[in-house]
Design a protein around this ligand. Structure first.
Ligand code: BG6
Length: 501
């Protein structure tokens, strides 16, 4: 497929001195340049409070790209990136910053031929989102006139609950048209997440069995070995449920469960995803205890043998913190495809392995045929989509163990992306930045999707917010979460798939 060349444009990064810019955005721009996917006329503007000249910013661009490159650095591309990089030092709350930005964008239009097109990337603390958008609006910087486009990219977290997400959407819409808003969820930048749709809809053999008639249940695991690192302050106010479920996990659930869209048009895909979020049955207050489990890690030992402190001993975490670092949920999608097929999801910090995967567990076949053989149990088929770190797909099926007696053993058919396509070398932001440039919002969250995602977790937030957990910490670092997470499945006669650490 031919790559569409994006319009000439400028990318303005608010929060240019932050971690995201250095670790992801600048290396991603380098990779895009290397793949020939940056527009022929392009400029990057870093905006932050610290004083820095263009020269100093260009040196930072070089250092950051070299330090966080995902592969060998292409010197010519890096040179080009430096040459089109500019810096604006200013207070985000000061209208003068926006006047200066307007002048700078006009200069770049003349110097680099950006055509007046620009996208503003808000890589700042979320408290600043509405302030920045409001000021961009007052300064006339988001007006689309004379054929130029203006877009705003918003990072997560998008609100802290349903009400605040609605309020944020309202504020954004006072200034911007929905089509100008690009709400990022970096999970959608992952190749294997995008591949879920290709796997399901570009193959003829899976879709006919992708439903309640053949699928027993679905398990989605997003496990991390890291603790909260230096993010104690943010995380302690947030917790695993808000941090992961209405966004990343909602993406995995919707892409797994949605109906085929009629095209890859942004709204066609997002309509189907939103329908799934709306079909997820919000638990009644009295059911929350039975379908939602929260956990917090105490001290423990990782697979590497390293002893690590508990969550409450981490920097910037309250010593009696009620914040959950683990959550497991049983979700019910009440539509014709999935009624009575539970989706079990779990995510947590300081678990034994860093793994993101979706496991589709099929129904068990009848045992009758094997009645007079030593076989007394048939394993169900299972299809696992491995999202990270080892990207691939595994199908488990039963095979006869060679020998005179009829014995069965479960075996795996494995596909690994790296074997076919080489090891991926990307930050995960390339596709998302490229899509902002070409104006394709398919992989970005629409206002109603974000709200529907919060709608799924809001009843749980309400119940959990009304009383602190009494048993925290309830799992040791380096283990698979609290016992209650196992009970969530054993109650239904099922168990979590064992994932190797
Ligand atoms: C972020 C969360 O959005 O996603 C982090 O805030 C989490 O807490 C991260 O660690 C996980 O992303 P990935 O790409 O490492 O799976």
């Amino acid at each position: 497929m031919a790559v569409i060349a994006g319009d000439p444009c400028a990318m303005v990064i608010f929060g240019a001195s932050g971690d995201l810019t250095k670790r992801k955005l600048l290396p991603a721009l380098h990779n895009l340049g290397e793949q020939g996917q940056l527009p022929h006329a392009f400029a990057v503007v870093g905006v932050a409070r610290s004083a820095m000249s263009d020269e100093e910013f260009r040196r930072k661009v070089e250092l950051d790209v070299r330090e966080h490159a995902t592969g060998p650095v292409n010197d010519a591309v890096l040179e080009r990136l430096k040459n089109c990089a500019h810096y604006l030092s200013g207070d985000i709350r000061d209208p003068a910053t926006y006047t200066a930005l307007e002048d700078l964008l006009a200069r770049l239009e003349r110097a680099h031929g950006t055509g007046g097109n620009a996208f503003f990337y808000l890589a700042t603390a979320p408290e600043l989102f509405t302030e920045i958008v409001g000021r961009l609006g007052s300064a006339g910087l988001v007006r689309q006139e004379g054929g130029r486009w203006r877009r705003v990219v918003i990072e997560k977290p998008f609100g802290t609950d349903l009400e605040s997400a609605r309020a944020l959407n309202r504020r954004l819409r006072e200034v911007l048209d929905e089509r100008q808003i690009y709400r990022i969820d970096h999970y959608l930048g992952k190749e294997t997440v995008q591949n879920i749709l290709v796997f399901r809809f570009a193959n003829g053999i899976f879709e006919p069995i992708w439903n309640r008639r053949y699928v027993d249940h679905v398990q989605i695991t997003v496990a991390e070995t890291l603790g909260v690192e230096q993010r104690g302050d943010y995380y302690d106010r947030t917790g695993a449920l808000r941090d992961m479920v209405p966004n990343h996990i909602a993406q995995l659930v919707t892409l797994t469960a949605m109906e085929p869209p009629i095209s890859f048009d942004a709204d066609a895909v997002r309509d189907e995803q939103t329908k799934i979020l709306k079909a997820i049955q919000p638990p009644l207050c009295e059911d929350v205890e039975r379908c939602a489990v929260r956990g917090q890690y105490g001290p423990g030992t990782l697979a590497t043998g390293e002893s690590v402190p508990g969550y409450r001993q981490e920097p910037n975490v309250r010593p009696d913190s009620p914040t959950e670092t683990f959550v497991a949920l049983k979700l019910a999608i009440d539509d014709w495809r999935w009624a009575d097929v539970p989706f079990y999801v779990r995510t947590g910090k300081r678990l034994p392995a860093r793994v993101t995967e979706i496991a589709i567990q099929f129904r068990r076949p009848p045992l009758l045929l094997f009645r007079d053989t030593p076989v007394d149990y048939l394993h169900a088929n299972r299809l696992v989509l491995h999202i990270q770190p080892n990207e691939g797909i595994t199908l488990r099926f039963g095979a006869k163990v060679p020998g005179a007696a009829m014995k069965l053993g479960p075996v795996n058919m494995d596909f690994e992306y790296a074997d076919y396509f080489g090891a991926p070398s990307s930050t995960g932001y390339e596709k998302l930045l490229y899509d902002c440039i070409v104006g394709d919002a398919t992989l970005f969250q629409r206002a109603d999707m974000v709200e529907a995602g919060w709608g799924v977790v809001q009843p749980i937030l309400d119940v959990w917010g009304s009383g602190p957990p009494r048993d925290f910490p309830n799992y040791a670092a380096g283990t698979w979460g609290p016992a209650a997470a196992d009970a969530l499945l054993t109650r239904d006669g099922r168990r979590w798939r064992e994932i190797e650490g």
